[in-house]
Write a protein that binds this ligand. Structure first.
Ligand code: NAD
Length: 242
């Protein structure tokens, strides 16, 4: 039995990733912050692939909340083959216009969440000398973006953490990689940008468009199919954007 945990799966990229792995026969545990209906609707869709699904409402930035999730998944399924740290938030604002509590939350949800779930899942992977971790990052973590300083800092941290943990876990046969997405067509962008802004953004991308969530999920799936010798990498998936 193959199993995967996807954080922040109630919509967007995480949802597409959860469905992609279900289509490959994986049992899928999913988390979301507050969209209970969307999470349970996704559970129904996942189960149509003949696999089981464990849905959890849990703040990925909360260690105790994620501890409950991981303990329950390990109790029910015995192990996790793959952890996908996808939960994330963005904000488009001047750094000095952010309150400390706002940028602390940005770091918590985008970076500490990744560290928490790795801290909770890695011991069980080390015990089996097998596992894969894929962290969802952003090209802004590589090159930085104006008005996204806290987000860029968090995603840059995800990159550093991924490279280091990849080295730490390679002797245990566990691969740790990140995908740095460019612009994917999800609510995250629609929330902050007007349709005109989105068109202008698409023109800046050499590929001429945003990627779909299905394409993003396919990239994550393909990364998971690589030999574990591919580890500690941050791979940009951005249509040539940066
Ligand atoms: P989205 O806003 O459409 O969905 C985000 C998901 O994360 C939702 O399911 C939400 O419930 C969940 N989430 C948010 N905060 C959470 C928390 N504290 N605990 C648990 N779940 C939480 O976003 P998306 O575009 O699908 O982004 C997914 C990931 O991809 C994020 O890490 C984001 O930074 C990254 N990313 C997105 C883009 C893009 O263009 N959309 C580009 C680069 C990177």
């Amino acid at each position: 039995m193959k199993s995967v945990l996807v954080t922040g799966a109630s919509r967007g990229i995480g949802r597409a990733i959860a469905l992609r792995f279900a289509a490959e026969g994986y049992h899928v545990a999913i988390t979301g912050l507050s969209h209970k209906d969307e999470l349970y609707e996704l559970k129904n869709q996942i189960e149509q692939y003949g696999v089981s699904c464990l849905p959890y409402l849990a703040d990925a930035a909360s260690y105790p909340a994620m501890q409950q999730v991981v303990e329950d998944v390990l109790k029910q399924w015995g192990h996790l083959d793959i952890l996908i740290n996808n939960a994330g938030i963005a904000a488009l604002t001047l750094f000095t216009d952010m309150q400390p509590a706002e940028y602390e939350r940005m770091i918590s949800v985008n970076l500490l969440s990744v560290m928490h779930s790795c801290h909770l899942v890695v011991p069980s992977m080390v015990a089996r000398k097998s596992g894969r971790i894929i962290n969802i990052s952003s090209v802004w973590g590589i090159c930085g973006a104006s008005c996204e300083a806290a987000y860029s800092a968090a995603k840059s941290g995800v990159g550093g953490f991924t490279r280091a943990l990849g080295k730490e876990l390679a002797p245990s046969g566990i691969a740790v990689n990140a995908i740095a997405f460019g612009v994917i067509d999800t609510d995250m962008n629609r929330k902050h940008l007007t349709p005109e802004d989105l068109d202008a953004l698409a023109e800046e991308i050499p590929a001429g468009r945003m990627a779909t969530t299905a394409e993003a999920a396919e990239a994550v799936w393909q990364l998971a199919c690589n030999p574990v010798y591919l580890t500690g990498q941050v791979i940009a998936f951005d249509g040539g954007y940066i």
